[in-house]
Design a protein. Structure first.
Lengths: 852, 438
């Protein structure tokens, strides 16, 4: 890159020619005060606090916007600029009610700081007050124009980072205020980025703070919602979490969060938290002491183990629990109960993703998001990058801004992006492999390729016309996309929920891997929950030890026997091809221990889950809330939330990050691993861990993936686990295969499900703020389908599959292509998983309009 | 009357604006129209034309009087894959209608000027950025552009050359600041009208869509066909040596015959007031003139012989701007007039620069207080202090400087009028007028 030499305050400086004077100064420890400047945004230049003098220029200039130039002589401390900067601040203060005594931002306010820094103690300017309208009728976000310094950060962050472009400056001159573009109440992503960047108290959260900034203790943690794993701060005062904040320049999110991350923390101390262990007495669950509850469970487990063997007891671990919890969970089963009968919901639904992908095929799909920020083409496949793991959407958007990266969006729904992608490809669900092979074919056709012969031979048989007609993606679009992929120097492919929940998910990943090999790209796989990756790494799998070592592998067995000091069972999964819930229904399992999952709502077959829970002899549920699943329990263990304990999560990049204890556990709840430890020890195990760190130490020693990482070394940016694949580029022939489709002949719609922007899992449903944003489940349907069925927006309909039916309101939207309907999961009042029964099939449904 | 018409059609009277009939293509060609263009395309290289315009000494008619040829040279020299040309017809300054008149009376003269200029700086895309309130003129331009296209003066490979030009109309919000050239870029690219900090980037090297862009005023561009056809020597015969050519003046205020007058630059103010304007109305005596709308210091009676050109006016601390001359008679209250000006600046400030946003309100409020009879001497000093403290402030466009120039000038030259408002605790002019009416 081109360098230029300039002088700042007498110091010779060599700087990159793309830098601004402010950046060059900062790199050389020369301080220039700023107010509107924010590193993650393009310079705005509205406050004039960063003025500097340039030799030869008549007027001082704003250093945040001024590019460095060869031979430039800059003075940051001339009398003139110091005086002018002061005047700027005085001018801003003219109409600013200095309400610091009642302002929520007092103590962390840029205006306050700069006034103090500049030593402004007298205001010799004055102006008549101007009437302005406070915006206090918006949801979650409030705007007080009297405090606004019109720095425009909120406008820019919403536009550049969130892609929503909600705000504008309304009016001009002294009447200028911030308002929404359409001047209607705020209707947006509610990410709260605008609050985070506001340098003063003008934008604030409607969740009234009642805590001064200096009273709040910031405890570093990780968002407990999705698999992005955004670092956050829990701002705590006297044992209560008052808000969630995040810091720029730290972690994957660079200070950005989504609505759930920023506002969805209220579940921590809602009334519904379970405060003591509960034991079933008849049809009621009554409070009990820990000792009582643990004794009961241990006695029951012993009894079952003695009479039916250890593997009559099964356990389901959690995509939301920490690595330590999950590690001890499987260790408890394997060493104390002598059972490999453990699993997690992700693996149960789609076992290939739980383990096979990592172990057998060695696919490099756990990758750092740096591959996105360094890319010139981003290809999202089967992901809804705006709504799914939203902060990844921010990363994509900023990469598009900074590197002019192009975006290709492929999905079976018309998910789009903001800003609009360069290519939008809506394909027919179930034809993904065919489509990818078509793209590869189109690429190969236009250039020499390396790779295995069979693969090339296989491609020869593919006809683009055929691909186009079966996937419903036009030939021209396929060609255009492949052309832009070839031109790319650093492409990255992102795969979302649609793929990892797909009956053919693994094949799709293989096909994409072939594509990535050819275009020299990298794949990044989304993860749904904060520890979807970790629960699998920890070996909460019936056929894998921690680190994906095969249970059937005697060498692995020997290794773990050494680490754990016990003899391990040889027998693996109970019944091949059947998961734990199937086995419960078949009567093979007597007791079930579920840690932190609501299988009634989250299992892919809701009816079957209910049936299993009714049937099971003895059910232990360990949770924060009395979930739909916990209602069936015989014993309930109250677990502490992520804010009440320590531990580690592993995010979608394979980044191990630490959560810390911010408040005391609510009631008598305990960290999951502590509960497991006590139970294990009650049953004769020897779990000698005093601190979370002790468990992590064992993990690092037992799992090469986590090898060499010490607990104390996991700081702000976490530590990447050792996923780097050593394998050479492998090509595999992946053929399209038809998926069984279940439904009667009068069920025309393909049913898809997923998450919505404001809800993920059941936790967000416990957060009042999130329910304020959406509390009702909807079915998305294409306008032309709706018209045929004479259905309007917000009509109540019944969605019926062969498996069941739910009643739900409609949302008529182009996001659903014709013939496809979409229902978000995890709403207890419309459990979408009632409609599905078989994991390897496409479910068809019909829609019946309810008569009012 | 000593009008010298180059730009305005010789045979049209300009006092009744609505009666102006536009000259469409046949009439224009009949009078020698588009000859300059064919000369440019067939006989001249772009550099020749730039040289000729430089030699003519033509200066920008949009306000700053910047040498036009020099600006062209900068754009032509700037490196970019695509150059743009913007014709500024935003004309947001109160009491100024010259661009409107030029478009209304002679749209093809402007179009020809645009094509020649675009050819000279190698721009294939040009915009006419016109005030949205000029609805009739927009219709006239639309028709004229269609005619030009039908006659192959615009479009691909014009007049058999390799040069292509596409001219588009862009509507500009009726806001003063929207006429500032960088605010114009923002508007054309679809954002609110807010000027940029300059330097580092001027439109000439980095304008529309990041490309080198020539911005010229409507009147500036209307001069081009004449200069190209008749030569720079012919052109510089008019006007004064450093401000050659004519200028279209908009005369308003307390004169008997307000209107549009095209005069050689350097014409004395006295002449425009007494010959063109036919003297002051209602038997008033001359009190002051604002030679460029509200944005410059006033000219007083002792300065009536000042030649109206860029440098002479600058020499007495005023400016020619875009020649919207406002005349004040002795029974008009100058405090009230300047109150109107300050309200204008307050309303028109885009608000992005704190000094401008806050300063313009403050000054307006102080003047209002004095005009209403509620002011004291402290308020007057406060106006002076505010003006001088705002002077060195960093703002992104000339709006604030214009405001200060005119208000400071009025306070300096007519301090007594402010003092009498303060002492009498009322505006005597208003008191009188109520007397007459009652
Ligand atoms: C606040 C403000 C308003 C302006 N309004 C206009 C206008 O209405 N028309 C115009 O031609 N120039 C206007 N200008 C000047 C333009 O920025 C620019 O200098 C001019 O269009 C250049 O053309 P010229 O070189 O032909 O004069 C304005 C400048 C400022 C600072
Ligand atoms: S909450 Fe997010 S989307 Fe909504 S206005 Fe603020 S920045 Fe924009
Ligand atoms: S609300 Fe805050 S961020 Fe937005 S312009 Fe006002 S002060 Fe700046
Ligand atoms: S993107 Fe995911 S990790 Fe980040 S704040 Fe949102 S839910 Fe939390
Ligand atoms: S000086 Fe005034 S009008 Fe010009 S850019 Fe600044 S705020 Fe806007
Ligand atoms: S920090 Fe540079 S203008 Fe605000």
């Amino acid at each position: 890159m081109k360098k230029v030499t300039l002088t700042i305050d007498g110091k010779k400086i060599v700087a990159d020619s793309k830098k601004t004077v402010l950046e060059a100064a900062a790199e050389n420890d020369i301080y220039i005060p700023t107010m509107c400047y924010l590193k993650k945004l393009n310079p705005i230049g509205s406050c004039r606090v960063c003025l500097v003098d340039i030799e030869g220029a008549d007027d001082p200039m704003t250093s945040c916007q001024l590019p460095v130039m060869e031979g430039m002589v800059v003075s940051t401390k001339s009398d003139r600029v110091i005086e002018l900067r002061q005047l700027m601040v005085k001018l801003i203060l003219v109409n600013h009610p200095v309400d610091c005594t009642v302002c929520e931002r007092s103590g962390e306010c840029r205006l306050q700081d700069i006034t103090y820094e500049f030593g402004i103690s007298r205001q010799d300017l004055k102006a008549e007050p101007v009437e302005r309208v406070k915006k206090y009728d918006w949801k979650l976000i409030r705007y007080n124009p009297y405090l606004c310094v019109l720095c425009e950060r909120c406008i820019m962050v919403c536009h550049e980072v969130q892609g929503v472009s909600t705000y504008k400056i309304k009016n001009n001159g002294f009447r200028s205020v911030i308002d929404t573009v359409d001047e209607k109440p705020l209707d947006c992503d509610f990410c709260g980025q605008c609050i985070a960047v506001c340098p003063v108290g003008a934008m604030s959260s409607g969740l009234v703070l009642q805590a001064r900034s200096w009273e709040l203790n910031k405890v570093r943690s990780v968002c407990s919602y999705c698999g992005v794993g955004c670092p956050i701060n829990l701002d705590v005062k006297k044992g209560k979490v008052y808000r969630v904040t995040s810091d720029d320049n730290i972690g994957i999110n660079n200070g950005n969060l989504c609505a759930m991350g920023r506002f969805g923390y209220q579940f921590i101390d809602t009334e519904d938290r379970i405060k003591t262990p509960l034991i079933r007495k008849g049809d009621r669950l009554v409070p009990a002491s820990w000792d009582e509850a643990l004794k009961l469970v241990s006695a029951k487990f012993k009894e079952i183990k003695n009479s039916h063997g250890g593997d009559a007891i099964a356990g389901i671990g959690s995509e939301r629990a920490s690595n330590e919890d999950n590690y001890l969970f499987q260790k408890f089963f394997r060493t104390v109960l002598v059972s490999h009968n453990i699993d997690n919901l992700l693996n149960m639904e789609n076992s290939s993703f739980g383990s096979e992908v990592f172990e057998k095929f060695d696919l490099p799909i756990i990758n750092s998001t740096e591959y996105i920020t360094k890319s010139d083409i981003i290809f999202t496949f089967g992901a809804d990058a705006c709504e799914e793991n939203p902060v990844i959407g921010n990363i994509i958007r900023v990469t598009m801004r900074d590197r002019e990266a192009r975006l290709i969006v492929g999905s079976s729904r018309d998910v789009g992006f903001r800003p609009p992608p360069d290519f939008r490809m809506v394909y027919k669900y179930g034809t993904e492999v065919l489509l990818i092979n078509g793209i590869i074919k189109s690429i190969i056709g236009s250039r020499e390729s390396e790779g295995i012969k069979e693969f090339l031979d296989y491609l020869k048989g593919i006809k683009l016309e055929d691909v186009s007609s079966r996937t419903s993606v036009s030939k021209d679009l396929i060609k255009a996309i492949s052309l832009s992929l070839i031109k790319s120097k650093s492409p990255v492919i992102l795969c979302g929920r649609e793929i990892y929940k797909h009956p053919r998910g693994v094949e799709i990943i293989h096909a994409l891997q072939n594509l990535a090999n050819i275009i020299n790209g990298n794949i990044i796989l989304y993860r749904e929950y904060c520890n979807s990756q970790g629960v699998n790494d920890m070996g909460v799998l019936p056929d894998k030890y921690p680190g994906y070592k095969n249970v059937a592998d005697l060498e692995a067995k020997g290794d773990f026997e050494k680490v754990w000091g016990v003899t391990l069972p040889v027998k693996g999964r109970m019944t091949a091809g059947r998961n734990i819930i199937d086995d419960v229904v078949d009567g093979k399992i007597k007791a079930l221990y579920i840690m932190g999952e609501d299988i009634v709502l989250r299992s892919h077959n809701g009816n079957q889950a209910r049936e299993a829970l009714k049937k099971i002899d003895f059910l232990i549920v360990q949770d924060m809330f009395l979930s739909e699943t916990a209602l069936f329990a015989d014993v309930v263990f109250p677990s502490a939330s992520f804010s009440e304990r320590e531990g580690t999560f592993t995010n979608m990049e394979g980044r191990i990050q630490k959560i810390n204890k911010a408040i005391e556990p609510i009631g008598e709840s305990r960290a999951d691993w502590v509960i497991i430890k006590e139970l294990a020890n009650k049953m004769g195990g020897s779990f000698k861990y005093s601190f979370t760190e002790d468990v992590f130490k064992e993990i690092a020693a037992a799992i090469p993936l986590y090898g060499g990482i010490t607990y104390s070394s996991i700081k702000n940016n976490g530590k990447l686990a050792n996923y780097q694949s050593q394998s050479k580029k492998k090509f595999r022939v992946v053929q399209h295969s038809e998926i069984e489709s279940i439904g009667d002949s009068d069920m025309p719609f393909i049913f898809l499900s997923g998450n919505t922007f404001f809800h993920l899992g059941t936790l967000s449903r416990k957060s009042a703020a999130m329910n304020m944003l959406t509390s009702e489940c909807i079915v998305e349907i294409n306008p032309s389908d709706a018209e045929k069925l004479k259905i309007n927006d917000k009509d109540t309909v019944t969605v019926k599959s062969k498996n069941g039916n739910i009643t739900i309101k409609t949302k008529v939207t182009n996001k659903s292509p014709q013939g496809v309907v979409f229902i978000p999961v995890n709403f207890e009042n419309a459990p979408a998983n009632i409609l599905t029964n078989k994991k390897d099939a496409v479910i068809r449904v019909k829609i019946i309009k309810n008569e009012q | 009357m000593s009008e010298q018409r180059i730009l305005l059609p010789a045979d049209v009277t300009m006092t009744d604006f609505n009666s102006i009939e536009p000259l469409f293509i046949e009439g224009y060609i009949d009078r020698g129209g588009y000859k300059g263009l064919s000369k440019a395309i067939n006989e001249l290289k772009p550099t020749d034309i730039i040289e000729e315009v430089k030699k003519s000494g033509l200066r920008g008619r949009g306000g700053a009087g910047f040498p036009t040829g020099k600006k062209w040279e900068l754009v032509a020299a700037a490196r970019g894959d695509k150059n743009y040309l913007c014709c500024n017809a935003s004309e947001g300054e109160p009491e100024t209608f010259k661009d409107r008149t030029l478009i209304r009376s002679n749209p093809h003269q402007l179009i020809e000027g645009i094509i020649i200029s675009a050819y000279s700086i190698n721009a294939n895309n040009a915009y006419i950025y016109i005030n949205e309130k000029y609805t009739e003129e927009i219709l006239i331009l639309e028709r004229a552009l269609r005619e030009a296209e039908d006659n192959r003066y615009t479009g691909k490979g014009i007049l058999g050359s390799k040069f292509s030009i596409n001219i588009e109309i862009k509507r500009c919000p009726d806001k003063y600041v929207a006429g500032e050239e960088t605010a114009m870029m923002e508007v054309i690219e679809g954002r609110p009208a807010k000027p940029w900090q300059k330097p580092p980037y001027y439109p000439a090297n980095r304008g529309l869509y990041g490309m080198p862009t020539l911005v010229n005023n409507t009147e500036t561009l209307s001069n081009i066909p004449h200069i190209v056809l008749k030569g720079s020597e012919w052109f510089s015969k008019f006007g004064s040596p450093k401000s050659p050519g004519t200028m279209v003046f908009t005369l308003s205020g307390d004169v008997k015959r307000p209107g549009i007058y095209e005069l050689p630059l350097g014409t004395p103010l006295r002449k425009i007031v007494y010959q063109c304007g036919n003297g002051l109305k209602d038997g008033m005596l001359f009190k002051a003139a604002f030679p460029s709308g509200p944005s410059n210091s006033p000219v007083t009676e002792s300065q009536l012989d000042i030649p109206l050109d860029f440098d002479s006016l600058k020499g007495i601390g005023s400016g020619l701007g875009s020649a919207g001359v406002i005349i004040l008679g002795d029974s008009t209250c100058i405090v009230d007039t300047v109150l109107g000006f300050s309200r204008f600046f307050m309303e028109e400030s885009c608000g992005q620069c704190p000094p401008c946003q806050m300063g313009t309100v403050k000054i307006f409020r102080l003047i209002q207080k004095i005009e209403d009879g509620n002011g004291d001497m402290k308020d007057l000093t406060d106006i002076e202090n505010t003006c001088s403290s705002l002077k060195g402030q960093v703002v992104y466009c000339h709006l604030l400087k214009g405001a200060i120039n005119s208000i400071e000038g009025v306070v300096k030259k007519f301090k007594g009028k402010f003092e009498s408002h303060i002492n009498e605790r009322k505006c005597i002019y208003k008191a009188e007028s109520t007397l007459i009416h009652s």
